[in-house]
Design a protein around this ligand. Structure first.
Ligand SMILES: [Zn+2]
Ligand SMILES: [Zn+2]
Length: 426
């Protein structure tokens, strides 16, 4: 069959594009089995059936087309868009993921020089940006599990590739979560194994900075993971111990306000140690973090997370206070101002949270009483003024009082229903 030419579609191929648009997987499957249908045919704009399916956000059809040999890196579109760019535009993370797994190039650019991640960011599809920027195929890691050249053994023992890949693919950069991932796998909870992984991270980081289109985001992520693995490894050596102690250090809040100073310093130091001083990303991070006094916003973790995953801040979602996982819905029943994934995360945090819990509770109650009073006083005022008032009181709520209070010894959790997270609560 001849090579696809733009707009030269057979009747069956036109029909395929129609059934794809309608989302009819059964018909699409039948047509793809026909001899008159080329899976990589091009419409008059140079779009393949896969690009159409990706743009429409139809995951099942994308899968079907890939199974039939669709070329994920076809670049015949009139403006240089790839299937991954269309997936990013559609905002469907599962499709973006599918394209990446199928070997989509992340650094291909369209006619205005934008990559798929940049296109997705441009239209506000930040979840897709996260997926694209953090993708690192298992194949690229497996390269290190094979002895190269004169090596007697590979740099990375093959059994470590799986657990290490899991850490690399995590979009949650909270160091507590990363230590938890290390602890999850007994193969990794070993100083020597961690040291091997760290060296591989450094090699990948170097590779990312040397390739023609330097991937600073991935380089920084690999470097950060390397720093964390090194910390775990030296902790295991020094303490002859489980990593629980390291988690405790990372969570321990200072006396005055419970802010985890060690964690903040660890992240700042890791960023500063990035070995390629000329990197624009490094300079941006240092500029954002250096002027911030420790304990103030933004935290180094939020700046780093935004730079690497494209996620904005931690204000509007339900992130676990301990490990930073999204979707936490258990909150401290006393202060109601911190939330956790589960009781285990709460248990890990309690040794330090108990010092500020009572104080947070008092502050919350005071705020609630004040705002109730305010609402009463302003009942007669116009709706517009009321809304404005709530915004102001929200801003005030963000400041933390620094009085010392006695600790409480018992704690329970309860499920958050439709309530906003405490930091945004009215
Ligand atoms: Zn958690
Ligand atoms: Zn509490």
């Amino acid at each position: 069959m001849s090579a696809p030419k733009k707009g030269a579609l057979s009747c069956a191929e036109r029909e395929l594009l129609e059934v794809l648009a309608a989302g009819n997987a059964q018909e699409a499957s039948r047509l793809l089995g026909s001899r008159d249908v080329r899976v990589n045919c091009l419409d008059e704009y140079g779009m393949t059936p896969l690009m159409h399916a990706a743009y429409k956000g139809k995951a099942d059809l994308c899968k079907l087309l890939l199974q039939h040999g669709a070329d994920v890196n076809c670049n015949e579109h009139e403006h240089g868009y790839t299937a991954l760019m269309f997936a990013g535009l559609s905002g469907k993370t599962d499709i973006a993921w599918m394209m990446l797994e199928a070997g989509a190039e992340t650094d291909a650019v369209n006619s205005v020089g934008r990559t798929a991640a940049q296109m997705a960011a441009f239209v506000g599809q930040h979840d897709c940006v996260t997926v694209i920027n953090n993708f690192f195929s298992r194949k690229r890691l497996d390269y290190y599990t094979i002895a190269q050249g004169l090596e007697k053994e590979p740099k990375l023992p093959p059994k470590l590739a799986g657990p290490l890949h899991k850490i690399i693919m995590s979009t949650n950069l909270n160091p507590v979560k990363m230590v938890m991932l290390v602890m999850d796998n007994p193969l990794l909870s070993d100083a020597e194994a961690l040291e091997k992984c760290r060296k591989v991270m450094a090699l990948i980081c170097e590779k990312c900075t040397k390739q023609q289109d330097m991937n600073e985001v991935l380089a920084m992520k690999m470097h950060y993971i390397g720093c964390l693995l090194q910390k775990c490894s030296s902790f295991l050596r020094e303490h002859q111990d489980q990593l629980d102690g390291l988690i405790k250090s990372l969570l321990k809040g200072r006396e005055s306000d419970g802010f985890p100073v060690f964690q903040e310093k660890f992240i700042r130091e890791s960023i500063r140690k990035f070995p390629y001083c000329d990197a624009t990303l490094l300079q941006q991070l240092v500029r954002s973090i250096a002027p911030v006094e420790i304990g103030h916003d933004p935290t180094a973790l939020s700046v780093l997370t935004q730079a690497i995953t494209g996620q904005m801040g931690f204000m509007d979602a339900d992130f676990c206070t301990t490990c930073g996982e999204k979707g936490a819905e258990k909150r401290c029943s006393i202060c109601k101002t911190v939330i956790y994934c589960n009781q285990e995360c709460q248990r890990l945090h309690w040794f330090t949270h108990k010092k500020v819990c009572k104080r947070l509770q008092e502050q919350r109650e005071k705020r609630e009483a004040e705002s109730a009073k305010q609402v009463e006083n302003q009942a007669k005022e116009a709706e517009v003024n009321k809304a404005l008032e709530e915004v102001t009181s929200n801003v005030e709520n963000l400041s933390v009082d620094q009085r010392e209070t006695a600790s409480t010894s018992d704690v329970q959790t309860e499920t958050v229903s439709s309530e906003a997270i405490p930091i945004n609560a009215h």
